[in-house]
Ligand binder design. Structure first.
Ligand code: HEC
Ligand code: HEC
Ligand code: HEC
Ligand code: HEC
Ligand code: HEC
Ligand code: HEC
Ligand code: HEC
Length: 381
């Protein structure tokens, strides 16, 4: 049977269910204290090559956008393909230049120029640079956008009116934001609650999501039978939404946050929880029913028809018990009950999960609040 919408369940209860996976602090998530010292074994555990010997996941995950959510100098295809990016705004001129794998971000007011080497590039497609100057970190005021194949003001910084060259260069990042920013975009950068950028592994890799991979690797390599990392496939849809929501933002984080209107379309766990389709106990609506976090995002809309029909199949075509067989074993049988579409039999997401443009079309997201979209009606919050 359909359980009540569990979005009202406080985040802390969900966090308790996930204890061992996550540690929450003030709405931000600290990375697990996987390796307090950043020892050589920690480095090996994060090196996905070692995992690839036994797990096919390791052959694909590092090259997904999540696996490349942060890039270091020398391995950044975006700037390599665009060795000279220029932009002007409010009397300041920007230049992002890449030569021999080294990128320099510079800004000038015509008299003085500030040039800073780029150490951390965030975003696999669209890209923002985190800059270091005199021991302080800044988010670059301009970013690269795929949709315009060029630079524009960084998402969220549109209202900043720079008065000095430093303000035109970037927005200062305080300690708490630094921890969150690197914690969401990389692996091993936050250990024991402290940011440790020397030991950072670029991108969201195995150890960022799976607990105990370090000991597991050491055991398997020694042929020892140790504990295997806890299986994430056992998480309920509710817990999975919160798990992915550490970075994609959970329902709880969004209702407590300042985001109202179309800006919250990018928070899929929040939008999905607001859909009538969502049931925290039904594996057919889990994030992983539609997405494999180890593979690139499926962009063929036909792929998702089967996911919808798992619940919305006509009576003659019984709904599947669960999209993920591993989950069904531990889950009680679920009644079908969901209605069928009077309009079409395929391309469900094309009509019921509309795309929403942000920032004048620089960014596009898919609305996970699955619903009947009536033309002319406002965006449901
Ligand atoms: C020498 C082979 C080997 C290597 C190397 C290895 N693993 Fe494993 N892994 C296993 C075996 C065997 C299991 C148990 C599988 C089972 O119970 O079905 C396992 C289980 C797992 C599981 C739990 C899967 C589940 O759902 O139960 C995860 C996650 C995992 N490994 C991740 C990793 C990561 C990350 C690395 C690299 C740091 C790694 N493994 C390296 C052999 C290996
Ligand atoms: C540690 C933070 C983190 C966690 C946990 C996380 N993600 Fe992500 N995810 C990201 C970041 C950062 C990006 C953006 C990558 C980019 O484009 O730079 C992303 C991107 C994605 C994308 C888009 C890929 C594309 O092609 O644009 C999908 C789909 C996705 N994540 C699904 C998931 C799912 C499902 C889960 C839970 C199983 C999950 N993520 C958990 C950080 C995370
Ligand atoms: C709570 C986790 C979280 C934090 C903190 C965070 N990001 Fe992200 N970021 C994501 C996720 C998840 C995505 C994937 C897009 C999406 O679904 O919103 C993303 C996408 C991006 C993108 C791709 C363009 C876009 O807007 O989608 C850039 C660039 C980016 N982040 C830069 C940064 C920088 C720079 C910081 C810190 C100053 C930062 N992010 C902080 C999780 C986070
Ligand atoms: C963004 C988070 C995330 C990252 C990064 C990630 N995984 Fe996973 N992994 C998951 C989730 C969630 C599941 C459960 C999937 C399911 O239930 O369909 C999973 C399942 C697995 C399994 C078990 C298969 C199963 O069905 O239980 C293995 C093995 C595994 N991952 C290995 C890896 C390896 C190796 C890496 C690094 C190359 C990696 N994962 C990176 C989230 C992640
Ligand atoms: C019923 C299927 C379904 C479920 C469940 C689902 N998604 Fe999606 N998701 C989609 C579709 C369809 C797209 C758009 C694919 C494309 O680009 O063609 C998408 C796209 C995304 C993207 C890329 C950015 C965007 O918004 O377009 C991210 C990130 C993402 N999903 C994360 C999640 C997370 C996290 C969850 C769980 C809270 C989740 N999804 C649950 C179907 C689903
Ligand atoms: C876990 C089962 C499940 C999955 C998977 C699922 N739905 Fe639903 N959906 C429901 C239930 C239950 C309702 C509410 C009762 C009804 O309308 O049948 C619902 C309602 C709807 C509605 C009516 C919403 C309203 O506001 O009246 C639409 C449209 C819809 N779903 C489309 C989809 C599409 C498209 C997909 C795939 C992207 C999908 N559903 C995936 C269970 C599901
Ligand atoms: C061409 C656009 C379009 C496509 C494609 C489409 N739908 Fe619909 N769907 C609609 C519209 C419009 C309605 C509302 C019909 C009405 O109220 O008369 C609707 C209604 C629904 C409902 C609510 C039915 C009810 O009785 O309340 C569900 C559930 C649904 N669709 C699921 C799906 C699924 C699953 C698919 C894919 C197999 C799908 N839709 C494909 C446009 C579409």
């Amino acid at each position: 049977m359909r359980r009540s919408h569990s979005r009202a369940v406080p985040w802390l209860i969900a966090a308790a269910a996930l204890s061992g996976f996550l540690a929450i602090a003030g709405g931000y998530v600290k990375a697990r204290a996987a390796s307090p010292t950043g020892s050589p074994t920690a480095t090996a555990a994060n090196s996905t090559t070692a995992c690839a010997r036994c797990h096919a996941e390791a052959k694909t995950e590092p090259s997904t956008p999540m696996g490349r959510a942060l890039e270091l100098p020398g391995s950044n295809p975006t700037v390599t393909a665009h060795p000279r990016l220029a932009f002007q705004k409010a009397g300041y001129s920007y230049l992002v230049e890449t030569k021999d794998g080294k990128t320099t971000y510079s800004v000038t007011d015509g008299k003085t120029t500030m040039a800073i080497p780029v150490l951390w590039s965030l975003g696999a497609g669209n890209q923002t640079w985190v800059l270091e100057r005199e021991g302080k970190l800044y988010e670059s005021l301009v970013s690269y956008y795929l949709a315009i194949d060029g630079l524009d003001i960084t998402t969220g910084d549109e209202l900043i009116k720079p008065h000095t060259l430093e303000e035109a260069m970037g927005r200062p990042i305080e300690d708490r934001e630094k921890k969150a920013c690197f914690g969401c975009h990389s692996t091993n950068s936050v250990t024991g609650g402290q940011v440790n950028l020397e030991h950072l592994h670029p991108g969201v890799l195995c150890a960022r999501c799976h607990e105990g991979t370090e000991a597991h690797l050491a055991d398997t390599l020694r042929g020892k039978d140790g504990p295997t990392p806890p299986a994430l496939s056992k998480l309920s849809s509710e817990d999975m939404s919160n798990f992915c929501g550490q970075c994609h933002r959970s329902w709880e984080t969004v209702v407590r946050g300042p985001w109202r209107g179309e800006v919250n379309v990018r928070f899929q766990p929040y939008r999905l929880a607001n859909s009538r389709c969502f049931d925290g106990a039904d594996p057919r609506i889990s994030c992983v029913a539609c997405h494999n976090p180890h593979q690139p995002l499926e962009q063929d809309s036909g792929f998702y028809d089967g996911k919808c029909l798992a619940c919305h199949a006509p009576a003659s075509q019984p709904a599947q018990q669960a999209a993920t067989p591993t989950v069904s074993q531990s889950t009680p049988p679920i009644a079908n009950g969901a209605k069928t579409c009077p309009v079409a039999k395929e391309n469900c997401v094309g009509c019921h999960m509309p795309r929403v443009n942000m920032l004048g079309g620089h960014l596009t997201f898919t609305d996970h609040q699955i619903r009947i979209v009536k033309p002319g009606t406002p965006y449901p919050n």
